[in-house]
Design a protein around this ligand. Structure first.
Ligand code: ADP
Ligand code: MG
Length: 587
């Protein structure tokens, strides 16, 4: 065994860099937090190539003296805590004194800084952890840090970085979070020389959300404010029924720190449970403030998670506060009555389902081919039996679509049919979605999509990032029946929609589409997959089919589907129990 040695600082810093700055967005986070800690009222973030080649964060905060400028690059050098007891009541973002030396150890790092009382600034250049120079420079009070060629000296780490787009998306999202949390600070974000947003000092949270996410999102939000001894929750949340396809606009802060932990998100999702359709996420910009003693921020090197001393109480408090707010906004109605009201846009399912059987073999559907459901040799396609084993035998239902006798609707969800071979329980929602999915998928495959021209074009205001995404993919959208015209900065007009889309849902659907493309959940460069993605999005949540005739038609139509067994999310559409099985059960 070789002798034990203390690692040289440079190596220790590079090791710490692996934890603190695992990717470009983490650098931005550390630098922006430092600027906020320094009391800045103006912060500018610039990056290139997803932050891999260049990051700059500039502020007008307190700045540093020439001596501190050098000291700040030493490991565990911090002006924010002095003794270990301070760890129990951390009021600043930083406290570990690790960020600057870590970043400087894996990049070409330039620090320029000047405090109020100095006449000029100090410039320090560190390359891969080695001090290259220190000299005077002219500058106004404040700090500017440039980080170039991140991880160039650590190829192993560079390899793990995602594409530039992905890294850029993270930086944009994070910068928006800090901007939202600090309306009193002016924020600018610049990507590859192009300003993505620039928000002056704002009067309040709503104004800041408006600046960054647009009026259409900000104005209808409802204000929330709740208090309990030692706890305070405040912010803005979406109205009942108004949801998003992603969590991008559900953001939470604990003592001003953006937090990605489970407790808060879970509590919010729970509160919206009856107020939003499945698979939709609420809009929320919520700030939880509690005594520094009630929360431990020192559980993650990048401080991305926090731990509450009393998780249960926090969850209860947040749920209660959000629910209260939602109930009031909904005017005291029982939540259940509201989930299907006009606030929830729903595709016009029953009317758009034409009882025309489609060719069951032709086509390019790439969804799993239906398994043979005839005979007992085939593996049972639907095995999620609500009753105990043995598994029910599959019946060749497709052969006899018309001799199902409708018995009734059970639990407001399942249509029960008597069939010559036994009985069938049909999940009407899954059946509807399955039909709608295939229907839309087929229409998306048409070379000439049928569109409906809108009498009154629908205005669409997007945040700058989404706006850039949309502009880039106008052609793709047009080829799928969405005719969208740019109309001023971050403004668009929906001129025509595909014929399968209810215009009342147009705006929401267009937003969802852009969000999906932005997050690369939908790839315009892979049309077949993209069609499936769009059809899946569009098939969610119709108004449920009711009435005997409609339910019978639903069953009949389902059996003409290419894959009638599962809905687009893979849930079974129906479930059969053979007579033999019934007889066996009753001895
Ligand atoms: P920490 O934030 O945990 O203290 P950092 O490595 O991020 O550690 O920063 C080290 C020190 O450098 C900070 O404590 C602060 O005194 C100083 N510093 C860093 N960034 C700035 C800035 N933008 N303005 C003023 N001082 C700064
Ligand atoms: Mg710091």
């Amino acid at each position: 065994m070789p002798a034990i040695r203390i690692l040289p600082d440079r190596v220790a810093n590079q090791i710490a860099a692996g934890e603190v700055v695992e990717r470009p967005v983490a650098v931005v986070k550390e630098l922006v937090e430092n600027s906020l800690d320094a009391g800045a009222t103006r912060i500018e973030v610039e990056f290139r190539n997803g932050g891999k080649s260049y990051i700059r964060v500039e502020d007008n905060g307190s700045g540093m003296s020439p001596d501190d400028a050098l000291l700040s690059l030493e490991r565990h050098a911090t002006s924010k805590i002095r003794k270990s007891r301070d760890l129990d009541s951390i009021a600043t973002f930083g406290f570990r004194g690790e960020a600057l030396p870590s970043i400087a150890s894996v990049s070409r790092f330039t620090l320029r800084t000047r405090n109020e009382i100095s006449l000029g600034g100090t410039e320090v250049l560190v390359n891969g952890g080695k001090l290259a120079h220190r000299r005077d420079c002219g500058m106004p009070p404040g700090t500017c840090i440039e980080v170039a060629h991140l991880f160039n000296s650590v190829p192993a780490r560079r390899k793990f970085l995602k594409t530039e787009n992905t890294e850029a998306a993270h930086i944009v999202h994070l910068t928006r979070l800090y901007a939202v949390a600090n309306p009193e600070v002016s924020f600018a974000l610049i990507e590859n020389g192009r300003p993505l947003f620039q928000s002056p000092v704002c009067a309040d949270l709503r104004e800041r959300v408006r600046e960054i996410f647009g009026r259409q999102i900000a104005d209808p939000l409802i204000a929330l404010e709740a208090q309990e001894p030692g706890l305070r929750l405040r912010g803005l949340i979406g109205k009942p029924g108004v949801g998003r396809s992603t969590r991008q606009e559900m953001v939470t802060f604990v003592n001003q720190r953006p937090v990605f932990g489970h407790t808060l998100h879970y509590a919010i999702l729970e509160s919206y449970h009856t107020y939003l359709p499945k698979g939709r996420y609420p809009l929320a910009f919520l700030f939880l403030d509690l005594d520094a003693q009630g929360v431990d921020v020192n559980v993650h090197p990048a401080k991305r998670e926090v731990r509450f001393r009393d998780e249960g109480r926090i969850r209860q408090f947040v749920m209660w506060a959000v629910l209260d707010c939602l109930r009031e906004a909904a005017g005291g109605l029982k939540p259940q009555q509201r989930t299907t009201d006009s606030a929830v846009p729903a595709p016009a399912v029953p009317s758009s389902i034409k009882p025309v059987p489609r060719n069951a073999v032709a086509g390019t559907a790439t969804r799993a081919k239906p398994q043979s459901i005839r005979g007992t040799s085939a593996p049972p396609a639907i095995t999620k039996a609500p009753v105990a084993s043995p598994a029910p035998t599959q019946i060749a239902a497709t052969q006899r679509p018309l001799d199902w006798r409708f018995v009734g609707l059970i639990h407001d969800a399942y249509a029960l049919f008597e069939t010559p071979a036994g009985l069938v329980l049909l999940n009407r929602r899954a059946a509807q979605e399955c039909i709608l999915y295939e229907d839309i998928l087929e229409r998306l495959g048409d070379a000439q999509p049928t569109t409906q021209q809108l009498l009154f074009p629908i205005p669409l205001e997007l945040d700058p990032v989404s706006s850039a995404t949309l502009t880039e993919h106008l052609g793709f959208l047009r080829s799928n029946g969405f005719v969208i015209e740019p109309f001023g900065r971050n403004f668009f007009r929906l001129e025509a929609l595909p014929d399968w889309l209810d215009p009342a849902r147009g705006e929401q659907f267009a937003r969802d589409l852009v969000a999906r493309i932005r997050e690369r959940g939908l790839r315009p460069d892979q049309p077949d997959l993209a069609h499936e993605g769009i059809a899946r999005m569009a098939s969610v949540r119709g108004n449920p089919t009711t009435g005997e005739t409609a339910l019978i038609n639903l069953a009949r139509r389902l059996l003409t589907c290419r894959n009638p067994l599962t809905d687009p999310r893979g849930r079974p559409t129906y479930y059969e129990i053979s007579r033999a099985e019934l007889e066996k059960r009753f001895g």
